[in-house]
Write a protein that binds this ligand. Sequence first.
Ligand SMILES: NC(=O)C1=CN([C@@H]2O[C@H](COP(=O)(O)OP(=O)(O)OC[C@H]3O[C@@H](n4cnc5c(N)ncnc54)[C@H](OP(=O)(O)O)[C@@H]3O)[C@@H](O)[C@H]2O)C=CC1
Ligand SMILES: CC(=O)[C@@H](O)[C@H](O)COP(=O)(O)O
Ligand SMILES: [Mn+2]
Length: 382
Amino acid sequence: MKHISLLGATGSIGTQTLDVIRKHPNHFNLSSMSVGRNIELAIQQIHEFSPQLVSVQTRDDYEKLKLEIPNATKVVYGQEGLVEVATDPHSNILVNAVLGSVGLVPTLAAIEEGKAIAIANKETLVTAGHIVTKAANTYNVPLLPVDSEHSAIFQALNGEKINQVERLILTASGGSFRDRTRDQLIDVTVHEALNHPNWSMGAKITIDSATMMNKGLEVIEARWLFDIPYDKIDVVLHKESIIHSMVEYIDGSVIAQLGTPDMRVPIQYALTYPDRIDSISNERLHLWELGSLHFSKLDMERYRCMAFAYEAGRIGGTMPTVLNAANEVAVAAFLDNKLTFLEIENKIEQALERHQAISQPTLEEIISVDQETRAFIHSSIK
Ligand SMILES: NC(=O)C1=CN([C@@H]2O[C@H](COP(=O)(O)OP(=O)(O)OC[C@H]3O[C@@H](n4cnc5c(N)ncnc54)[C@H](OP(=O)(O)O)[C@@H]3O)[C@@H](O)[C@H]2O)C=CC1
Ligand SMILES: CC(=O)[C@@H](O)[C@H](O)COP(=O)(O)O
Ligand SMILES: [Mn+2]
């Protein structure tokens, strides 16, 4: 039996993690969870899964929630609450499905407690990959990828040595605007941007997918998860999202992982690794139903966020922290109709241009650069 702590239970990955737990009660138990502001859904989840510990984002919601749930569930809140859930002594694995770099400190705390980490929260690896991977090595805990591309690479690697890899090939759907030119992006709406062709996901990652920043963040995520240089990480456009990613070996063999677009598959694999159990879904991949798969070369001028991510990743230090923090604030502003779609990348570019990277930053330096970048972007938005 695996006892799970879940950060971000009310989100897209969080609710799908609960689907997996619900389907396999003999394998998994929910020990603790965190939510943000969706208290109504949290109450339902607490009644169904009876976690012994729950964290909410604000003190007000903490006061409300305590009145609505059984006394057996302890309620905590804020950043300290996230850390308390992540270090829950009754759990042996943390599923980090919270949104944004707020996941960093709880992840490090869980690693220091020796917990395995199933990581969906890519912003944590982007903002401080060197610190997270060093801590995981020090405490000898596995970082198990949940992100579909990284789960695909993990499966295609299947324990082979990274020095036998020629390159990793991440697939990218192209997002909601894949068939538009840059000129056709000037007036796009939030509603249009949220219409991903293949995946149903949270709002922020869906916008990241449309700007291609999602793939940029994933390139940096892959650099840290698989300890491989940027020159060996490629991206190919693949509009069907059936091949989730590939590994090309030095002998020319390419191993791909395929499946219907269903995040419950990589979530479950991270929880059962190195074993596999029945799929939650009856839907199977029938290639004859698809007929053909398509691939095309990625144009870095069309997708400027990809170029920013490679550049920030190669510079390293605090540059990816700036990339991530600027993106988080700019995307939130776009969702709030305070920026246009193309202004997202302009804001990120401004933040990167003014920053002098600190190499090998400490956790305190990362947190300070993250906050300073957020303040800069906020102050530049009317
Ligand atoms: N969705 C997907 O298919 C995929 C997602 N990922 C990654 O997984 C992570 C989660 O994505 P997704 O599930 O789509 O996101 P959602 O927006 O759907 O969910 C985010 C979760 O985090 C909570 N949350 C948000 N901000 C805070 C905060 N400041 N403090 C505490 N809790 C907070 C939300 O709470 P509430 O809703 O209660 O406010 C919610 O539970 C991201 O890093 C994303 O890139 C990776 C691959 C695929
Ligand atoms: C499901 C998942 O892992 C997402 O990150 C997905 O890959 C987004 O798709 P694109 O970024 O390729 O549009
Ligand atoms: Mn992905």
